[in-house]
Design a protein around this ligand. Sequence first.
Ligand code: ADP
Length: 401
Amino acid sequence: MSSIILEARDIRYRYPRGMEAISGISFHIRKKEKIALVGPNGAGKSTLLTMFNGMIRPDSGILLFDNEPVCYDAASLRILRKRVGFVLQNPDRQIIAPTVFQDVAFGPTNLGYNEAEVQDAVTHALRHTGLEGFERRPPHQLSGGEKKRVAIAGVLAMDPDVLVFDEPTSGLDPSGSEDIMELLDELNHEGKTIIISTHDVELAYPWADRAILMLGGKILQEDIPEIAFGNTESVRQAHLSLPTLLELHSELRKRGYFLGGRKPRTVLDMMQCIETILKKAPLQKPLGTITVCNVDRGTQEQLSGWLAINRVASVGAMGTRAKQRAESQQIRLDFTYGVIDKCILKALLGENSLILTTESMVRRIGERVDAYCKESGICIPVLQFESPENQVQDSPDGGVQ
Ligand code: ADP
């Protein structure tokens, strides 16, 4: 288990001339965890988040970062804010410079990076957030989703260990929200600890490793989402609703159906439950395959060639660069979020799919499919993308394992 990166011991905070916003909270967050603080408006989520990078100092109790108590002198706060990046709910409040480049360069410049280092940090952050080519654009001319990406790039340019997002999808349309949540996943797979606040149960439930339910400045429940959201009393108390999948699971149970031990986190899990209920062989047809194409390696021509000779029912993309590659090659994407599970569902229907992705996510795909295979006993074939020339040589029928 990873070591603890953030810990709170009985912290309290009252705004000047205000009520107590944080009323004795203790918790810990491990490195590389995905944590969702969930609660209604006024629960204290934003206040708690702003403590993580020292913007607010608790009146009492201790906050530890990397096992050291947070210190509030200017030099210590500078170090803390380099390691804990904070993305505000409203990007207009975070973006301050007249061009995207200048805005993203602000943090690294302040940290004393030299010109070449600033250029490097900005290029890397813009690439990561899919904003290459936006360097000279004035931020106020960008869409809500693009502004959010600029704010994230500004934080990423300082290469923090922990990224804190206050309501990361607020103001975004469903597709923009999916893109941002996918970017968060990508950053997490690269080793960052991600903490978000949200009142959106459906967003937090499948995403988080652990959910912290808050109300009135206190923690009501803190656990893996199946347990945290499975406690109907805490959920009701926090003025939240049960995630749809849990509600469906509970309704089926009430009707006496045997559903196995684990509660469903995804549609794929739910399908497994339903297959169990129907007690029929889950597979009517041979399994489809999932081919993984790392866009950091394959060329445009290879990908076009492959698509021309391989019939795939669906194409999904994970990661900003993969989506950009699809757009630049005019590849129609069927899935842009929850891609692995959706491709597994297709494979169960006997359909082949292709996942375009980036270097850092390739392993994640293998791990997710392996986990599914272990649990269900159904082994979905995952193929590595091979350029069409090799395919013809290695396997005339187009399958390269
Ligand atoms: P959430 O993020 O869960 O909506 P907040 O942390 O914003 O909750 O607010 C927690 C409590 O603190 C609320 O009662 C809110 O009214 C109060 N509060 C938030 N900001 C301030 C402020 N600047 N001054 C006084 N009270 C505040």
